[in-house]
Write a protein that binds this ligand. Sequence first.
Ligand SMILES: Cc1cc2nc3c(=O)[nH]c(=O)nc-3n(C[C@H](O)[C@H](O)[C@H](O)COP(=O)(O)O)c2cc1C
Length: 173
Amino acid sequence: MKILIVSSSLNPDSKSRLLAQELEEHWKGADFEVAFLDLREANLPMCDGGAAFGDVRVIRVKAMVDEADGIVFASPVYVYNVNAAMKNFVEFAGHSMKDKTAGFLCSAGGRLSYMSPMTFANSLMLDFRMFVLPRFVYATAEDWDGDRLSEEIGERIDEFATGFADFTTRLIA
Ligand SMILES: Cc1cc2nc3c(=O)[nH]c(=O)nc-3n(C[C@H](O)[C@H](O)[C@H](O)COP(=O)(O)O)c2cc1C
């Protein structure tokens, strides 16, 4: 089994990237493979519905998705949704996500945007038949002391890590 963690924030001081790295750390030594894709480094073009699909950077990230059984989307909440970079990534690679599992790690400014990933999750379910783990990690500004996570969010990442690995294992069995 292989799980791909995708971090979509383009902010060098991203909190959602820290959540993604914490999850990757948690899975060190697990009996499955974990790959990490940072969209800040991938430098993808914008999806134009045409020529951009042939861009080498797009082909590279699509290959990473092809190899994965499950995908964890680590994103900032921007304007009550995932950020545009994550949407752009799915416009390119969504067809390689078919019938795979999906999970969410989100960083937001406040608690009121908790439902924000749902529009995006709906399109993953209905466009690509993905199976979405109904347990998100959602951290707000209050959950951080500098770059240190609160104990509560740390525990939630532990639960997510176990739940997502179990969910994906069962689905590919
Ligand atoms: C353009 C923009 C839109 C945002 N929209 C929301 C929002 O709708 N709800 C919210 O709770 N926080 C919002 N925020 C705050 C971010 O979610 C928060 O700063 C988060 O930590 C960003 O994730 P990152 O640190 O991984 O980049 C917004 C921030 C920006 C820059």
